[in-house]
Unconditional design. Structure first.
Length: 302
């Protein structure tokens, strides 16, 4: 038998060839054919539109036997008689002089489960090895993506189980430039203080900004990058007061781990912001149970 095994059903003219059962039908009637003639039809139909060399055809039909071309010619003759080409000798099987044969009839592949009337708007049936190649390519792509975006540099040394986090830009309650400047500057301070903790992986602010520009939510970003927690919050400014709210959020569940707010006079902002960033970093360290590089929470001044 030919080595390729498929369950496809092929239709051409008034005929239907069931590759799974190795049967040729004309309408609902089975066309009687000897096994080797069916095997020859199987190879030609499966490769319809392509030339199949005589040597290849004989190897596929008689894989373990050496035969003369006369045996192949006899099979082709039987097929042409069975297909009854209405007087057109090569309406189905074309002879390519000194080379081989080609199945030239228009072939339609149909869904075996739905019957011959249901044409598939799908690619041609593929041998199993093509799916194996596709699977291998997908696995290779997944490995490349992991190596490119998730595997840390050899220069990054982290303790086993070290948490990873990102600081989400703090939202401003007002659209004025002063609030935006305070939020951006405070975010940079907080990232710096968190990076000093040790035993923790802090995502670069540029990466966070890139995901925001792409329209990704911060929760989705956290999952894509394998983060554990996010530090987020808001900045509220009035004429004389500044309020900074900070929250520590579990990326996987979305639950709040810790939250607090800090208030000061606007005139003291520059002096207070540094201490607030230290306080938040220390609280994050305490709730993630990692080594602190700062004094105990409650004493944020340097």
């Amino acid at each position: 038998m030919p080595p390729s095994e498929t369950n496809c059903v092929y239709e051409f003219g008034p005929f239907r060839y069931d590759a799974g059962q190795r049967l040729l039908f004309r309408g609902e009637t089975v066309v009687p054919l000897v096994p080797k003639a069916i095997d020859t039809l199987h190879v030609l139909v499966e490769r319809h539109g392509r030339i199949v060399d005589k040597a290849d055809l004989m190897k596929l039909v008689w894989p373990d036997v050496v035969v003369e071309e006369v045996g192949l010619a006899r099979n082709i003759s039987l097929l042409r008689k069975a297909l009854e080409a209405d007087g057109a000798e090569e309406a189905y099987i074309e002879t390519i002089p000194r080379r081989g044969y080609r199945f030239i009839a228009r072939v339609t592949e149909v869904d075996p489960a739905a019957g011959s009337a249901a044409r598939l708007a799908l690619p041609r049936c593929r041998p199993a090895w093509r799916w194996l190649i596709a699977t291998a390519l997908v696995a290779a792509l997944a490995g490349f993506v992991y190596w490119q975006f998730y595997m840390p540099s050899r220069y990054v040394i982290l303790a086993p189980g070290a948490p990873s986090l990102a600081v989400v830009p703090f939202e401003c309650s007002a659209s004025d430039s002063a609030c935006g400047a305070v939020s951006e500057g405070f975010g940079e301070l907080l990232v710096t203080d968190l990076a000093k903790l040790g035993g923790i992986s802090v995502l670069a602010p540029s990466t966070v900004r890139r995901h925001r520009k792409m329209g990704n939510s911060m929760g989705l970003m956290g999952r894509l990058l394998g983060l554990d927690v996010l530090v987020e919050g808001s900045v509220q400014m009035t004429a004389d007061r500044l309020r900074i709210t900070a929250r520590l959020v579990d990326v996987h569940t979305g639950k709040l781990i810790w939250a607090d707010d800090y208030r000061c006079a606007v005139a003291e902002c520059e002096r207070i912001e540094d201490g607030v960033a230290q306080e938040i970093a220390a609280q994050v360290a305490a709730h993630l149970a990692i080594r602190q590089a700062f004094p105990h929470p409650g004493t944020p001044s340097r």
